[in-house]
Design a protein around this ligand. Structure first.
Ligand code: ATP
Ligand code: MG
Length: 230
C-alpha cells in the first residue's frame, strides 16, 4: 500500500498488550501528529514509549484501537512503511561492511555525491575524508571504530539519504556525554526540521524546540501540551 501526503498520524484509543504479557502496556492512547509536527514523548523507563513507537511503525499491531497515517492503517502498509518512517535507536546499528554500504541501506541508489552531501550535513565529511580508504573503509562489528557521537551521526546520515517524511528518534543520545549529546541534538534539530519528528527522551533538554510534549505514565497520556506549559 502506498501512503499519500499529508502524512498526518492519528492514534485512536490505542491499547496494547504483549502476547506473552499479562499487563496492558498502553491503555487508550489518543494522539494527533500533523505532518511536520515535532512531538516529544517523555515517561519513566518501562512506561511504554518504545512500544508506542513500534506500533506507529507497524511493527506490532494495537490490541484495540487504530493507528493511521492519512487515513491508512499502518499495520496494513507492510515493509513499505520504512519508506515513510525512519527510526534511530538508542544504539544505532552499523553493519560489518563499508561506510558507503552502511549509508546506502534503505537507499541503494544514492549517488556518491549525495553520500558526501549527507556526511557534510551531519559533520562527518572531514572525518571520513581523512580515512585512507574513505567511503570504502570497513566498519567492524557494531561499528566500534566509531565513537558514540559518530555512530549517531552515521545513523542520521543514513536516514537523511532515505528521505522518509516521518522520523522516530528513540532516545537517540543515550550514553553520550552531555556536550556530544547537545551537539547531536542540535544537528538532529537542524537537519530534521522539515520532517515529522517523534522524539522519545528521558530528560527535558532540547524539548523546548518541540511543538508538543506528552508524558506517558501507566499506559496513558498523563500530560500533554506545548513545551512552554512545562
Ligand atoms: P525505556 O525508557 O526504558 O526505554 P520504554 O518506555 O521504552 O522504557 P517499553 O520498552 O515500551 O518501555 O516497555 C514497556 C513495557 O513492556 C515494559 O514493562 C517491558 O518490560 C514490556 N515489554 C517490552 N517489550 C516486550 C516484549 N517483547 N514482550 C513482553 N513485554 C515487553
Ligand atoms: Mg524505550
Amino acid at each position: 500500500i502506498k501512503l499519500i501526503a499529508p502524512y498526518d498520524i492519528k492514534l485512536d484509543n490505542v491499547h496494547f498488550r504483549y502476547e506473552n504479557g499479562s499487563r496492558e502496556i498502553l491503555k487508550g492512547i489518543n494522539l494527533d501528529i500533523s505532518s511536520g509536527d515535532k512531538l516529544a514523548i517523555l515517561g519513566r523507563s518501562g512506561s511504554g514509549k518504545s512500544t508506542l513507537a513500534n506500533l506507529i511503525r507497524g511493527d506490532r499491531v494495537a490490541t484495540e484501537g487504530a493507528i493511521t497515517i492519512n487515513g491508512i492503517d499502518v499495520s496494513k502498509v507492510g515493509d513499505q512503511i520504512s519508506n515513510y518512517i525512519g527510526v534511530i535507536h538508542q544504539t544505532p546499528y552499523l553493519f560489518n561492511t563499508t561506510i558507503l554500504n552502511n549509508l546506502r541501506i534503505g537507499n541503494e541508489e544514492a549517488t556518491i555525491e549525495q553520500v558526501w552531501q549527507v556526511l557534510e550535513r551531519v559533520g562527518l565529511k572531514d572525518m571520513v575524508k581523512a580515512l585512507p580508504q574513505g567511503l570504502e573503509t570497513m566498519v567492524d562489528e557494531a561499528g566500534m571504530r566509531f565513537s558514540g557521537g559518530e555512530r549517531h551521526r552515521m545513523a542520521l546520515a543514513r536516514i537523511l539519504l532515505k528521505d522518509a517524511p516521518i522520523i522516530i528518534l528513540d532516545e537517540p543520545t543515550v550514553g553520550l556525554d552531555p556536550l556530544t549529546e547537545q551537539e547531536v541534538i542540535s544537528i538532529f534539530n537542524r537537519e530534521l526540521k522539515d520532517k515529522t519528528l517523534i522524539w522519545i527522551t528521558h530528560h527535558l533538554q532540547g524539548v523546548e524546540a518541540m511543538d508538543q510534549v506528552i508524558f506517558i505514565e501507566d499506559g496513558t497520556i498523563e500530560m500533554q501540551g506545548s513545551p512552554d506549559y512545562l
